[in-house]
Design a protein around this ligand. Structure first.
Ligand SMILES: *Cc1c(COP(=O)(O)O)cnc(C)c1O
Length: 407
């Protein structure tokens, strides 16, 4: 018997939830019914005439006076179609495998509320990793257990250490949040490492794989369809990165139907706004996908350019982690040639304050000493960044020379 048992893993109050029902679950909006069930405003949205006209042509915002669809099955089907590659299993994802939320951030939080009893249960994370797992855990009064990634050579999972930690029942670990490609490491986790964790012989918990950057990784890298094989796997994705739709807030969690059902039961019924749904549907349609692929190809070209050009800049050290994402993690070296946080922090500040170029200092993260995380921008932005960092590094490191950079 595999140890995963949803009935004992999820919180009892969530298992017992009766989802909120609206009258339109009983009587569909067929376009001819008059809708006097939900206390909406039948006179329409309060928009200026110009906003209303623009809305009508662009994204049909005139239905804004109505509550959005709580189920979003058409949108879910588009997400399934995108991920049914059959690269990893002959089985097929359906809308019953999905939860959609206000960004992946809603899924991160919903999973915590679904499985972790506040003040008792814990989650496991693998630093360096995305900050929202710990923020959301703290909001929910759920403690963290950290098992760092193995920095050399490529920020891989420490599968043995994670397995040992999960084996101790007194750790009360319900969820493991993994990020692939990682943020900030930018490397893909190995499929066999993830599968080893899924096959843990005694642990009754859920593995969550955050694939926010998966469309920048090689073809067929997504493991989303593996949720058809594993009752204890959740794969999160988002339209915020490769699809360029961070402003609409649309994230998804693929899971076996029993977990997806719990997440759907606990969410607020109208979490996905109708403009978000309309725009996400457009992004996942034929033209939207073609645009995403074109933009992704441009980003990959600029990523390759940064990988070629950055090592030539005096004071840039090793690329840390991988290249499967739309950002790169590079060491900044002090005047003695050592990766150094003070230098990286100074470069970070000067880049922003004197050059108007904002990157992210990640030097305090595990295994990231002296590192900056640089998002791949447009061709012009990369050009500007390369000029700026060359200049700023020369200035900052010049000040560190024994002669104070007078030379
Ligand atoms: C950017 C990012 C997300 C996206 O979050 P949204 O709420 O969907 O915008 C999720 N996970 C990681 C690791 C990220 O870096």
């Amino acid at each position: 018997m595999p140890p995963f048992n949803l009935e004992t893993c999820a919180r009892p109050n969530i298992l017992a939830l009766q989802p909120y029902r609206c009258a339109r679950d009983d009587y569909k909006d067929n376009g001819t019914n008059i809708l006097l069930d939900a206390n909406e405003n039948a006179y329409g949205p309060s928009l200026s005439a110009t906003a209303a006209a623009a809305a009508d042509t662009d994204v049909d915002l005139l239905g804004l006076n109505r509550y959005p669809d709580p189920h979003q099955r058409d949108l879910k089907q588009l997400l399934c179609t995108l991920r049914n590659t059959h690269a990893h299993t002959p089985k097929t994802l359906t809308p019953d495998h999905l939860f959609v939320g206000v960004g992946s951030d809603e899924a991160i939080d919903a999973l915590l509320r679904c499985f972790c009893v506040p003040g008792r249960d814990r989650i496991l994370v693998c630093p360096p990793t995305y900050g929202m797992y710990s923020v959301s855990a703290q909001v929910n009064d759920v403690a963290l257990v950290k098992v760092p990634l193995l920095p050399a050579p490529d920020f891989a999972l420490d599968v043995d250490a994670i397995s040992d930690t999960l084996s101790s029942a007194e750790n009360n670990i319900k969820l493991v949040y993994l990020c692939s490609p990682g943020n900030p490491p930018g490397s893909l986790l190995s499929k066999s490492d993830v599968e080893r964790l899924l096959a843990h012989p005694t642990w009754n918990g859920v593995i969550i794989l955050d694939e926010a950057y998966i469309d920048f990784a090689p073809e067929d890298a997504s493991l989303a369809e593996l949720v058809t094989e594993h009752p204890n796997l959740v794969v999160m994705q988002t339209l915020s990165k490769a699809f360029g739709m961070a402003g609409i807030r649309l994230g998804a969690a693929f899971a076996a139907p029993p977990i997806a059902r719990l997440l759907n039961n606990l969410k607020a019924p109208y979490n996905i706004s109708s403009p978000t749904s309309t725009l996400a549907t457009s992004a996942l349609g034929g033209d939207g996908l073609a645009t995403m692929r074109r933009n992704r190809a441009a980003i990959v070209r600029q990523r390759d350019r940064l990988i070629a050009e950055l090592p030539k800049v005096e004071g840039i050290g090793r690329l840390r982690g991988g290249t499967a994402s739309n950002f790169l993690l590079y060491e900044v070296l002090d005047a003695q040639g050592r990766p150094d946080n003070a230098t990286a922090q100074a470069v970070y500040e000067r880049l922003a304050e004197s050059q108007g170029v904002v990157v992210r200092f990640r030097g305090n993260e595990h295994g990231c000493l002296g590192c900056l995380r640089i998002t791949v921008g447009t061709e012009d932005e990369v050009t500007r960044f390369l000029e700026a960092i060359t200049k700023v590094l020369a200035e900052v490191r010049g000040l560190q020379e024994p002669d104070g950079g007078a030379a």
